[in-house]
Design a protein around this ligand. Structure first.
Ligand code: WQD
Length: 339
């Protein structure tokens, strides 16, 4: 079977993508340093998948290790590069952590891919590359605004790095840059899902942990934005839909001569934070404590995707709703042992 190296494959999106890779007859090989994921994910992947994926524990910035991975576990038909830190708020508080990890790992990976003749890179990018767009929905040609956070800037820099490396290695290297909007939810089995280490930065795990009694209350960061109810607007996409898009991107690259293409992955629907809270409570029947608070530095006011290019180019579209994602997130949360 076609082997695919999945960096950060024990993480939230990486683990769900490993499942969908096997479903599409690929063999995922995971490298992860468990800086923001738990080792138990690998065993639970073994319960969902026919074969527990091969795991190499280590850091993608470690050039010696990565060369050894290509030598001992390759050749790979492609690489999906998830390994990165991704919390907007944390990146504002600790920018060097983000610059060091997110940039260096991408640089080392591309060097290894070129030296080992691995041509296809699917890169985990983000809608944060757009900053606060002037017009919505966001298309792939929407010009980048200055990034609103160090996290978003690392994704802008990585996209440019990849574009320039592809151009300098014409025909030897190609890439699809997948710009995620807000990934949420969990595998319907409840065996894998979003489990940030420590206090969650992101909205949905904070909601489910508050609903489960792990947190006292959710603070909504700002209700004075120019939106329907004053809270921020985001495009929340089910992680299983997102995972399937990565398989579609790999499959596309196998049958097309490509250089670099950016593709938005969102539902096309923008919803407010308050609408998410209401949908969660309606879908699960569970009410939880929350209050309005101050804005969070680094947040954009509203952003949601045009997913027309993904629909046309990758023959992919979202199949699950916001309600599906919130129900799956809650199902996953209820199975977690309270820390
Ligand atoms: C969503 C909204 C917060 C927590 C994420 C990822 C980023 C990228 C884009 C993939 C914002 C509000 C949050 C809380 C709140 N995805 N919020 N109280 O910042 O949009 O970015 O999606 O690459 O990697 O981090 O997501 O979930 O942190 O915030 O009010 O306790 O929820 O202000 O409006 P964000 P988020």
């Amino acid at each position: 079977m076609k082997k695919v190296l999945v960096t950060g494959g024990a993480g939230f999106i990486g683990s769900h993508t490993a499942v969908e890779l096997e479903n599409a007859s690929y063999t995922p090989v995971i490298i992860d340093n468990f800086s923001n994921s738990d080792r138990s994910v690998i065993d639970r992947l073994g319960e969902i998948m026919n074969t527990t994926p091969t795991l190499i524990e280590g850091d993608c910035s470690d050039e010696t290790l990565l060369h050894r991975v290509f030598e001992e576990h390759g050749p790979f038909d492609g690489v999906i590069h998830f390994a990165a830190y991704k919390a907007v708020g944390e990146s504002v508080r600790n920018p060097l952590k983000y610059y060091k990890n997110n940039l260096r790992s991408t640089e080392v990976l591309m060097q290894c891919m070129i030296e080992h003749g691995c041509k296809n890179l699917v890169f985990s990018s983000s809608c944060t590359v757009y900053g606060q767009p002037d017009a919505l929905p966001v298309t792939e040609t929407t010009p980048f605004q200055p990034a609103n956070s160090p996290y978003g800037y690392t994704k802008q820099v990585c996209e440019r790095m990849i574009n320039e490396v592809v151009a300098a290695n014409e025909g030897q290297f190609s890439s699809i840059l997948l710009r995620y909007f807000n990934p949420i939810g969990a595998h319907p089995s409840g065996l894998i899902g979003e489990l940030p280490l420590g206090r969650p930065e992101n909205l949905i795990p904070y909601i489910t942990q508050t609903a489960a009694g792990w947190r006292d209350e959710l603070v909504v960061f700002g209700d004075d934005y120019d939106t329907a109810d004053g809270t921020c607007v985001r495009d929340f996409i089910h992680v299983v839909d997102l995972a399937k898009a990565h398989v579609a991107a790999l499959t596309y690259m196998e049958s097309h001569d490509l250089t670099t293409e950016a593709v938005n992955l969102g539902t096309g629907d923008g919803v407010t934070v308050k609408q998410v809270i209401d949908t969660f409570e309606e879908a699960t029947g569970v009410k939880f404590n929350w209050r309005m608070g101050d804005r969070r530095p680094g947040d954009v006011e509203k952003i949601y995707a045009s997913s027309a290019k993904a629909n046309d180019m990758l023959n992919w579209k979202t199949e699950k709703s916001l309600k599906d994602a919130l129900v799956d997130a809650w199902n996953w949360q209820q199975k977690l042992p309270k820390p």
